[in-house]
Design a protein around this ligand. Sequence first.
Ligand code: BTN
Length: 252
Amino acid sequence: QAQLQALAPMAPIHCFPVIDSTNQFLLERVNQARAGECCLAECQTAGRGRRGKPWISPFGCQLILSMYWRLEQGMAAAMGLSLAVGVAVVEALESLGYQGVELKWPNDLYYQGRKLAGILVEMSGSAGASCHLVIGVGLNLAMPAREGERIDQAWAELRHINPELVDRNQLAARVIERLQTAMQTFEQSGLGSFVDAWNRLDHFAGRPVRLLMGDLEVRGIARGIDDRGALRLETEEGIKFYLGGEISLRRG
Ligand code: BTN
């Protein structure tokens, strides 16, 4: 806690009404940014999602937040980071009274089987050196119905959990605080301290799923994650482990 208090006032928070992408803003500042530095926006014109997809962020409808961090141990140490980020964001929501939010491997927040938020971690750096991380979170607060045509999956909103939305500044502050603490923990001890919490929040735990990797499909029962953040899948040939990348997970 003492460390966090010393860190927070030094790390600037950049706020924009409109920006191309909050992740992009911080990626362009990696050489001068401080750990914990954040960028918030009301709207993105070129928001990015995972696997090269666009992230639709209409004005004032989401919490759009990115945070910069530097990992001295280098890129290899960042494995599983987005899972830790997912836990931190769910715990921020729980601390504000939003219950029932789950995680879908590798890093979506789900509410009642629909996507509530997405996480995109982008990195830069070279092998053997410290690496720059930009952690992006897009969390639906109240989306306009017309966006349905542009978004390719069913989504949930924070107002579905509680119609009396929490103050957005309070929400942003809580998510930033939890993310900073989570990053300090991750830096010191890696994913290990998040695994139990992740498995407790796992949307698919014990359920039949399909893993899609390009043209390849694997079916099995989801059995949570291991210490590396790999998805454990119980298949007819036994337990198999899958690390992130170009993989997507669907209900079986
Ligand atoms: C996904 O589920 O595909 C990840 C979505 C991540 C969206 C956030 S919004 C804030 C940050 N800026 C971006 O351009 N993307 C992330």
